[in-house]
Design a protein around this ligand. Structure first.
Ligand SMILES: Nc1nc2c(c(=O)[nH]1)N[C@H]1C(S)=C(S)[C@@H](COP(=O)(O)O)O[C@H]1N2
Ligand SMILES: [Mo]
Length: 201
């Protein structure tokens, strides 16, 4: 008798390595779509990525310029506050370190901004040091619009609401300014290993 039942896809995988699944999460093979509004469709010739705010001078890349930067393949586990965890997701993107290279700032925080108006806030220290990417491909294919295409932030060590879809830029800030979910009851930091889901967790 097999202990692990096959054909039990997309719900709980009881064979998941527990040390890779944060507390209170279940493993899924699906890739659920969670969006607070409609999917924007910005044409690539109108798309840019900017770094603004507390910087010596603002930086701007067109789509072609961003795609010409060195990129990496990233294989990471992602966890959504709604309790699904997806293991070994494969992305391609530009490291945020590459984008911040040469940027002079005294800021310690940033707000990520997007087409459609979504925002999320992070300490600058959480998007540097090989911890965050602007991802434009998933599973070897261009990122689908529903999952944030043409590009999204990928910051896998925090709950997935920090991985802003349809990302258009970073605004560096001296003080921590709450983003969309952070001002609607979600935890300000969102470490899945500490179950920082909501205010007060
Ligand atoms: N622009 C934008 N980014 C977003 C969201 C959103 O509503 N708008 N939802 C967040 C939430 S709550 C989650 S869990 C993930 C979901 O990403 P997915 O739809 O690719 O699974 O995107 C995050 N990024
Ligand atoms: Mo989420």
């Amino acid at each position: 008798m097999p202990i692990i039942s096959r054909g039990f896809k997309g719900r709980r995988r009881d064979d998941a390595p527990r040390d890779r699944v944060p507390p209170g999460q279940y493993v899924t093979d699906d890739f659920p779509v969670l969006s607070a509004g409609p999917t924007p469709h910005t044409p690539l010739d109108q798309w840019d990525f900017t770094i603004v705010g507390e910087v010596d001078e603002r930086r701007r890349w067109t789509w072609d310029e961003l795609r010409a930067l060195p990129s990496e393949t990233i294989t990471v586990d992602i966890s959504c506050v709604t309790k699904w965890t997806k293991l070994d997701t494969v992305w391609e993107g530009v490291s945020v370190d590459t984008l911040l290279d040469g940027v002079e700032t005294s800021a310690e925080y940033l707000t990520v901004f997007c087409d459609g108006g979504y925002t999320t806030n992070l300490p600058l220290a959480d998007v540097t040091g090989g911890q965050a990417w602007i991802a434009f491909a998933y599973d070897g294919e261009p990122l689908e619009p529903e999952h944030g295409g043409p590009a999204r932030l990928l910051v896998p060590h925090l709950y997935f609401w920090k991985s802003a879809k349809w990302v258009r830029g970073l605004r560096l800030t001296a003080t921590d300014e709450l983003g969309f979910w952070e001002s609607n009851g979600y935890h300000n930091y969102g470490d899945p290993w500490k179950e920082q889901r909501y205010w007060g967790d």
